[in-house]
Design a protein around this ligand. Structure first.
Ligand code: ZN
Ligand code: ZN
Length: 69
């Protein structure tokens, strides 16, 4: 394996992991960079459309109901 092949593989692998980190846990849509939030309760990634904002924190739609608000 040449060095360039390794670099290409590493870049593909990184892109896959980034895409997984940006996939909204609620709607399954891959959010664009800068347009996704990590739930402050469960840590799952949520896109800006699905996120629920509460007291300056962001949650995925299923979490606020589990919290003792
Ligand atoms: Zn979403
Ligand atoms: Zn959550």
């Amino acid at each position: 394996m040449r060095n360039t092949d390794l670099l290409v593989w590493a870049e593909l692998e990184l892109n896959c992991q980034l895409a997984a980190n940006r996939t909204c846990a609620t709607c399954g849509k891959v959010a664009d960079i800068g347009y996704h939030i990590t739930c402050d309760h469960c840590g799952r990634p949520v896109c800006g459309v699905c996120a629920v904002q509460l007291d300056g924190c962001a949650f995925c739609p299923t979490c606020p109901r589990e919290l003792p608000f």
